[in-house]
Design a binder for this molecule. Structure first.
Ligand code: URA
Length: 198
């Protein structure tokens, strides 16, 4: 069993949050164990909870289109979420849920060791760009410890708002250059980093 498969088994047994009781399927994440780029969304929705796979509903179809626009397929990237269980009625994740789930995401990142981490939406952005506003930093990159973090709007938000749609599509188009030139992104000065929200 691969390191990721072992991790998935542990995640599937997790009962740290109340919402674990209501899930149909846990949604750990999926993609290439050696992916150069990892996309991190917010939380599973109804479709993801049914299938146990991230981004398979309308937002996922749009994410697939965005990936295709830069000649990437799902199997070449890794896709995960901040939390692995669907919050009831698709409410926002609670701080305690983000906190409880954080170790799983950290272990995914350790196993995959992506060169670029793309945050999709506010919850994911808040973990890696604490205190920042998505309206200001989307489409910008910051490097820390040799990993480039890149913030984008959430595909679900962009699906329903034309102005965000244009922004997310433009931001996606910058990714190939970012991947090709990770070494030229300057390392950020040490400052309060991950998880200020916890
Ligand atoms: N939205 C997310 O943030 N993640 C999913 O997996 C699906 C929709």
């Amino acid at each position: 069993m691969s390191a990721l498969e072992e991790l998935y088994e542990e995640i599937a047994a997790c009962q740290r949050c109340e919402i674990a009781k209501y899930r149909n399927r846990v949604v750990p994440g999926e993609g290439a164990e050696d992916a150069d780029i990892m996309f991190i969304g917010e939380a599973p929705g109804w479709h993801e909870d049914q299938q146990g796979r991230p981004f398979v509903g309308p937002a996922g179809q749009y994410l697939d289109e965005l990936l295709a626009s830069i000649d990437l397929e799902r199997r070449q990237v890794y896709i995960a979420n901040v939390i692995k269980c669907r919050p009831p009625a698709n409410r926002d994740p609670l701080p305690a849920e983000v906190h409880n789930c954080h170790g799983w995401l950290e272990r995914q990142i350790e196993i995959i060791r992506p060169r670029v981490i793309v945050t999709l939406g506010r919850y994911s952005m808040a973990m890696f760009f604490p205190g920042k506003s998505i309206g200001k930093i989307h489409g910008t990159a910051q490097k820390r410890d040799d990993v480039v973090y890149y913030a984008m709007y959430h595909p679900a938000a962009a699906l329903h708002q034309q102005s965000l749609r244009q922004a997310i599509e433009e931001d996606m188009r910058k990714i190939p250059l970012l991947l090709a030139r990770t070494e030229s992104v300057t390392e950020a000065k040490p400052e309060p980093q991950q998880l200020s929200m916890l």
